[in-house]
Design a protein around this ligand. Structure first.
Ligand code: NAG
Ligand code: NAG
Ligand code: NAG
Ligand code: NAG
Ligand code: NAG
Ligand code: NAG
Ligand code: NAG
Length: 362
């Protein structure tokens, strides 16, 4: 019974005396932020203390010594303690608590030398991307100042790949194996006219795509569809995809074709799924092809969540129908024959002997 009571009290007791400190790693010259997990409203004062390496029991109240703070490259904003540029002298244990709350939170700040390998390894994040898929690297946000930290403004992020000095992209429309490696991102912050940095390293591993390559199967690029004006035309754009988030749709010039079937030109969509493979068809329908339709280019676009989008552009042309020529030719010949006969009859009627003129040269 007594044991149970003690066990129930244990979290409370450890809360009073000490909690396992949160260890924060940084290296000299970097900005670092300690955030007090204590809930607080604007009128609770957060009390910060430090405990130096030398004087074990010397806890000083940082909050009341703003001059000392700025001398030490530190800022205090309620529940946030910012060390603008860490140095070995900042290493040590810190604590925070509400002024008269019993709970005290501990931080153990470890400051590494600039070239420390151990730090590089501790500060490394990793991410995986797949070949042919789009890939974006994100700069970690661990222990960065919040947006609302007074007088500190974010000044962007620069990326470079390890071993390269120039800045590199961190966004790949279609990842390839050689994009893999260690990247470094530097977040810059402006405080009081000075730039302070926080850097992170991100290891990018590229794996073989777990999907096949989604693609449009038909029609083909620059295909021309021959039609009769006024007829109905359906052009099926067929694609094979490997993700439920892939879509195919039609564009006319640069605007989206509607799916509203009451319009003269629209498209409809259907798909069938077979295990991982999705066959998709977007049918572009012209109810009654007009001259205007012949002037436009139509694009079937495959948009994907895991690879660069692709598209196929086609156009329409009026059919040069043999039927037209066939119906026009006899009329033309009949007219010619009739003309010749009329001329001959006229020539005979006037008894003109120069009958050579009657030879038809049409
Ligand atoms: C920080 O606290 C740990 C225990 O949590 C202790 O071992 C260590 O000596 C302390 N460091 C300093 C500099 O006081
Ligand atoms: C703790 O604060 C005192 C002064 O308040 C300062 O001299 C000392 O360097 C500080 N230690 C750390 C680790 O910040
Ligand atoms: C909190 O501190 C204030 C003054 O520092 C004191 O008046 C008040 O009684 C304290 N509250 C508790 C709950 O200890
Ligand atoms: C922000 O900067 C202004 C002017 O430099 C200063 O007056 C103010 O106290 C600063 N605010 C904080 C929260 O440090
Ligand atoms: C901060 O990072 C920027 C961008 O990489 C760099 O140009 C600048 O020298 C760095 N400043 C400090 C103080 O490290
Ligand atoms: C798309 O519309 C055409 C023409 O109205 C029709 O023939 C076809 O069956 C429709 N397809 C789908 C999948 O709704
Ligand atoms: C999807 O399309 C491919 C090629 O057009 C075809 O071989 C396959 O049978 C189709 N699969 C389904 C489930 O319709």
């Amino acid at each position: 019974m007594e044991m149970n009571v003690l066990l129930m009290l244990l979290p409370f007791l450890t809360g009073v005396f000490s909690l396992r400190p949160k260890t924060i790693y940084t290296k000299t010259g970097e900005m670092v932020v300690l955030r007090c997990p204590q809930k607080h409203d604007s009128d609770t004062t957060i009390l910060w203390t430090n405990q130096t390496r030398q004087g074990m029991d010397v806890t000083s109240i940082l909050s009341t010594q703003s001059a000392v703070l700025s001398q030490m490259d530190m800022l205090l904003h309620g529940h946030i303690l910012v060390i603008l540029s860490a140095s070995l002298s900042h290493q040590g244990n810190y604590s925070c608590s509400a002024r008269n709350a019993s709970r005290r939170f501990w931080f153990s700040l470890i400051v590494y030398e600039p070239q420390s390998r151990e730090y590089e390894e501790r500060n490394r994040y990793s991410t995986t991307c797949y070949t042919q898929e789009s890939c974006t690297l994100y700069c970690p946000t661990a222990n960065i100042p919040a947006h609302d930290t007074p007088n500190i403004t974010g000044r962007g992020i620069t990326w470079h790949k390890e071993g390269e000095t120039v800045s590199t992209p961190h966004d790949f429309p279609s990842a390839v194996e050689r994009d893999g490696g260690i990247y470094k991102c530097i977040r810059s912050f402006l405080y009081d006219g000075q730039i302070y940095n926080m850097s992170f390293s991100v290891m990018l591993e590229i794996q073989k795509s777990k999907y096949g390559k989604s693609e449009i199967i038909s029609p083909h690029q620059n295909d021309v569809f021959h039609i009769d004006l006024g007829s109905t035309l359906v052009i099926e754009c067929k694609a094979v995809a490997y993700s439920d988030y892939d879509v195919v749709f039609w564009l006319s010039e640069n605007s989206f074709v509607d799916t509203d079937e009451s319009l003269p030109v629209f498209y409809n969509y259907s798909s069938t799924k077979y295990i991982d493979e999705v066959n998709m068809t977007a049918s572009l329908v012209f109810k009654d092809v007009s001259e205007e339709d012949l002037l436009k280019k139509y694009t079937c676009k495959l948009e994907s969540d895991h690879q660069q989008s692709s598209f196929i552009t086609i156009s329409l042309a009026e059919k040069r129908t043999p039927a037209h020529l066939v119906s026009f030719f006899p009329v033309f010949c009949t007219l010619a024959v009739v003309a010749v006969v009329v001329i001959m009859v006229l020539l005979l009627a006037f008894h003109v002997k120069r009958s050579k003129y009657s030879s038809c040269r049409v």
